[in-house]
Write a protein that binds this ligand. Structure first.
Ligand code: SAH
Ligand code: SF4
Length: 341
């Protein structure tokens, strides 16, 4: 243990506010403590294996873990920097950081590239938090600048809930990464019993459900986990989830051409969400070599969206950020492995 407690606070500030990775640079610690810490502990930042820049300003990172496995995270540019007329800064760039929770994934969705490589291991809380810290450091994003976090990289966050919950606590800590839980979103394939557990933890984070289909038969084909946790069980878990008063539960709906993009599905979706404070996010399926699925055309996306809006269901179409760098789940990692890197 490091005593007294305020020393821990100081170390946290060096790491998470100043991005310092060497005890000898933690200037307000006594020399003897710096040396003692360096002997007993190692600060091992995640290694950046590759970085790819997208023309839209997004940036994708492949991180190498201590055992050689890799995970990816993406810095998404949501809004560029804006200046006032007098040339002063109105607001900084608005960023969302998309992070991974596991190496691979056990859930095995038919459309997902991460699933193809199977499951390797859980990430530790430290490895989850590090993705954010390094991306902030690498892009000169000051600790107190606002960023959003989404657990939409590789892995199923609720299948690694203990580490994910610990990571959320470090991220929201004012002495840690200072990211409000209202700005953090967990995306899940729908492990209903874990949604209930997440709710009980009262972390204050937002919930996103990867629904993708409105009847169990199709959902089972796309997402085999639906056999264990069907649509009704997910909706029930969502109804019980403690949602922030000013927030909604996000329902992600991956649109796949000629599979789930018809208006019959849209109609059923409206009925399913009845009475839930929900927002639907339509996602273009992002194809990759070897997949049987196809990207839908824009007209069917818009038709689907307009139907939902006409029924009073909030619905947005997710812009395909970083599409030229394959920013969908698991795609950079797969390319790198294929090249033998
Ligand atoms: N395992 C969690 C979080 C990671 S996946 C989950 O499934 O929710 C994040 C999102 O990316 C999910 O909504 C997933 O369905 C989506 N996704 C997976 N493969 C995709 C692809 N090829 N194109 C577009 N989105 C994809
Ligand atoms: Fe896992 Fe999510 Fe990919 Fe499904 S979509 S295999 S749950 S990472």
């Amino acid at each position: 243990m490091v005593e007294p407690k305020f020393r821990i606070k100081q170390i946290f500030h060096w790491l998470y506010h100043h991005y310092v990775e060497d005890f000898s640079q933690m200037k307000n610690l006594p020399k003897a403590l710096q040396e003692n810490l360096s002997e007993r502990f190692e600060i091992a930042p995640l290694k950046i294996a590759t970085v790819q820049d997208s023309i839209d300003g997004s940036r994708k990172y492949l991180f190498e873990l201590h055992d050689g496995h890799t995970v990816e995270a993406v810095l998404l540019l949501m809004k560029p920097k804006v200046y006032n007329e007098d040339g002063s800064l109105k607001h900084h760039e608005r960023y969302t950081i998309c992070i991974s929770s596991q190496v691979g994934c056990k859930v095995g969705c038919a459309f997902c590239l991460t699933a193809k490589g199977g499951f390797v291991r859980n990430l530790s809380a430290g490895e989850i938090v590090e993705q954010v810290r390094i991306i902030k450091r690498d892009n000169g994003i000051a600790a107190n600048r606002r960023v959003n976090i989404v657990f939409m990289g590789m892995g199923e966050p609720l299948d690694n809930l203990d580490a994910v919950a610990q990571a959320i606590k470090i991220m929201k800590d004012p002495d840690g990464l200072m990211i409000s839980p209202h700005r953090q979103t967990i995306s899940t394939s729908g492990l209903s019993h874990k949604i209930a557990r997440l709710g009980k933890l009262e972390l204050g984070v937002n919930l996103a459900i990867s629904l993708h289909a409105v009847d169990d038969a199709l959902r089972e084909k796309l997402m085999p986990i639906n056999r264990a946790y069907n649509i009704a069980s997910i909706i029930e878990a969502v109804r019980r989830f403690p949602v922030n008063t000013r927030k909604k539960v996000l329902f992600e709906y991956l649109m796949i051409k000629d599979v789930n993009d018809d208006l019959k599905a849209a109609k059923k979706l409206v009925a399913l969400l009845d009475g839930i404070k929900a927002k639907v996010n339509l996602i273009y399926f992002n194809p990759y070599p070897g997949t049987e699925f196809k990207r839908p055309d824009e007209a069917s996306m818009v038709r689907f969206q307009e139907y939902l809006l006409s029924k009073g269901v909030l619905c947005t179409i997710r812009e395909s950020k970083g599409i030229d760098i394959s920013a969908a789940c698991g795609q950079l990692r797969e390319q790198t492995i294929a090249k033998g890197a």
